[in-house]
Write a protein that binds this ligand. Structure first.
Ligand SMILES: Cc1ncc(COP(=O)(O)O)c(C=O)c1O
Length: 379
């Protein structure tokens, strides 16, 4: 298979001028074309305001078409909202019905990102945290905790802290078997690990766009399965939730059924345009090539960490690996500071070092990281 010219692709990402950037699991860098698109829309709004305002609705519709093609669902099943915390709150509130019917338990991995579970706590569910073994667990481990009170299984496809990657197909099959709603957070996977919703039984999905999608900060994809949302009314409505917003009728609203009804009012169109362009960039480079590149770099990174006598957590097989490599050290803050003095950027997550690679990283970045780890040990 012919490899892409990654050196050339790398030039489209301004981040590469700032050192060895290994914080992609926090915020991934934005491609120049994405930045240009967002700038274009901001300027266009400043310059033309409400002249030709139909362009906003065209962009909105286009965004749903682009996202639905990317996720393999229907445009009416998907919308962009402000963040995953918000999206999970919507799901939790929509599940009031389940709570009333006695299904009050939500199963999550103990290492899960707070956005995925705090909303469920807050809206009255009991959270069943499934313990992990050094950051490792399987799809089956989550479903062992199913009881008649289970309302849903909520999990990330890639765990934010450890980088452990689950198989969405296995999760979906288990959800089918146990007849429980599966709610996915693909924030740490989408952009590198594609998802095919047509082939999966997923009740709801959220994906913050500032990570592997590289779409800037402030938007999250929200998908709701038609069956799931048919039985659970939307908890919010605004002037844009109705069939014809410009009729401006001041009566009890009849919200539309598509997920876009949750885009209640005026929207950050420049950010929406950025997400659309980010997906186009991914499609142009090629989702398979992106996945191969990220997995190959992160495998190298993992080997480097092991070579330095450190022990990555999470994945125990290559199929569980992602763009994230995490390992414990005695004083994570101290190591982060040491690395930053050399312009190498990693995260301290819960006392662990988290290093994460994207397509614009290089084997040379990993070599520089390796050298720095060795120098740190020698101090
Ligand atoms: C798995 C996961 N979900 C969600 C988020 C972000 O959530 P939000 O969009 O609410 O800021 C992060 C990281 O910030 C994450 O790692």
């Amino acid at each position: 298979m012919e490899e892409l010219n990654w050196q050339k692709i790398r030039e489209f990402y301004p981040i590469v001028g700032h050192g060895v950037y290994l914080k992609n699991a926090s915020i991934s860098a934005v491609h120049r074309d994405v930045l240009k698109e967002m700038q274009f829309w901001q300027e266009d709004i400043a310059n033309r305001a409400a002249i030709d305002e139909g362009r906003f609705f065209e962009l909105l519709q286009h965004s749903k078409e682009v996202m639905s093609e990317f996720l393999n669902c229907l445009p009416e099943d998907v919308a962009l909202l402000e963040n995953s915390s918000h999206n999970m709150n919507l799901v939790a509130i929509m599940m009031k019905k389940d709570l009333k019917e006695g299904r009050n338990e939500v199963i999550v991995p103990a290492d899960e990102f707070p956005s995925s579970l705090l909303p469920f706590y807050y809206h009255g569910f009991n959270i069943i945290q499934v313990p992990t073994n050094n950051g490792h667990f399987t799809e089956e481990d989550l479903f062992k905790h199913i009881t008649p009170q289970t309302a849903a299984v909520v999990t990330s496809v890639v765990q934010f802290g450890t980088g452990l990657r689950l198989d969405p197909k296995k999760l979906s099959d288990l959800a089918d078997l146990h007849k429980v709603p599966l709610i996915l957070n693909t924030t740490q996977s989408l952009g590198v690990f594609p998802i095919n919703l047509l082939k999966l039984n997923v009740a709801a999905l959220t994906s913050s766009c500032h990570k592997w999608l590289g779409a800037g900060i402030g938007q999250a994809i929200f998908y709701l399965n038609p069956e799931f949302r048919k039985e659970r009314p939307y908890p919010l409505a605004g002037w844009c939730s109705v069939e014809d917003p410009f009729a401006m009728i001041n009566e009890m609203p009849v919200p539309r059924l598509d997920v876009g009804a949750l885009q209640l009012g005026s929207l950050p169109f420049a950010l929406i345009a950025g997400v659309v362009k980010a997906i186009e960039v991914i499609k142009k480079i090629g989702p398979e090539a992106i996945q191969r590149r990220v997995l190959s770099l992160s495998h190298e990174l993992r080997k480097t960490v092991i070579d330095c006598g450190l022990k990555p957590v999470g994945a125990t097989t290559p199929t569980e690996e992602s763009g994230i490599v995490t390992f414990p050290v005695e004083n994570a803050d101290d190591l982060v500071e040491f690395l930053e003095s050399r312009k190498i950027y990693v995260n301290n997550r819960r006392g662990f070092i988290r290093a994460s690679v994207h397509i614009y990283n290089t084997p040379e970045d990993i070599h520089v990281f390796h050298q720095a780890l060795q120098d740190y040990k020698k101090q």
